[in-house]
Design a protein around this ligand. Structure first.
Ligand SMILES: Cc1cc2nc3c(=O)[nH]c(=O)nc-3n(C[C@H](O)[C@H](O)[C@H](O)COP(=O)(O)O)c2cc1C
Length: 220
């Protein structure tokens, strides 16, 4: 049996990304978001049309997708009701948002120069993806005024402890514990539920970590 409902949000659970971008005066902005997915070397970001980040990306700013892990939950939460927009849109003013030109400082996070883009990385993030915008489309009508921002990942930085030993191109899914936003609540857990058939098909190098006989293996 099912119930027909009208959910307030469809946030079923996605990783939290801290998107850094460059403001018109050259200063950095930083914004948490979680409507993000990756395919190939591209990522699609779902962003409110009124956000400073959206404005920056539409003006031509590049960005860094800094992936937050579960230990960064307090820093992410400190940014929750802030915007880099000096003039607040009505819907944010009603929710109690405030203008904050120094998001790094307020979050207690450290900017780190990127290699290929102007936007800074977040030193505390264990995965930092330098990216440039390739397309921006309207998204969400008639219920939301949003943008689908497609970016190309041009450089990937990861904490060496996240790389599967003996490889240079595989991130260890057990070591990586993403901060997940689910229905506006924060979740994180490195528990691996069972061996993945997709991983076997992709020839992924996680066998040493995730053996079929020990599906809850963890090196933590
Ligand atoms: C955990 C979390 C996830 C969020 N996900 C999104 C999102 O996917 N898209 C979006 O537009 N805003 C999202 N927000 C809200 C933005 O952070 C908010 O609009 C913020 O003001 C953007 O900052 P900016 O205006 O300086 O760009 C999220 C906020 C939090 C705390």
């Amino acid at each position: 049996m099912t119930l027909v409902i009208d959910p307030k949000v469809f946030y079923f659970g996605t990783p939290v990304v801290l998107v850094s971008s460059i403001n018109e005066d050259g200063s950095p902005n930083l914004a948490p978001m979680s409507s993000a997915w990756w395919l190939g070397r591209s990522c699609m970001l779902g962003l409110d049309a009124t956000s400073k980040t959206t404005e920056n990306l539409e003006r031509g700013s590049d960005c860094v997708l800094n992936l937050a892990d579960s230990e960064m939950v307090d820093a992410v939460d400190r940014l929750a009701l802030m915007t880099g927009s000096r003039v607040l849109p009505e819907h944010k003013a009603q929710k109690g948002f405030e203008f904050e030109p120094d998001k790094f400082g307020r979050a207690g996070l450290t900017p780190l120069a990127s290699d290929l883009v102007s936007a800074p990385r977040v030193a505390q993030c264990r995965v930092q993806l330098e990216a440039r915008v390739t397309a921006i489309q309207p998204f969400g009508a008639p219920h939301a005024d949003a943008r689908a921002v497609e970016v190309e990942i041009i450089r990937t930085h990861v904490d060496p402890d996240l790389v599967v030993p003996g490889t240079v191109d595989h991130i260890d899914p057990v070591q990586w514990d993403p901060l997940i936003m689910k229905f506006t609540e924060f979740f994180g857990s490195a528990v691996n539920l069972r061996p993945s058939t997709l991983a076997r098909g992709f020839g992924m190098m996680h066998g040493a970590v995730l053996s079929p006989t020990d599906s809850s293996a963890s090196r933590r």
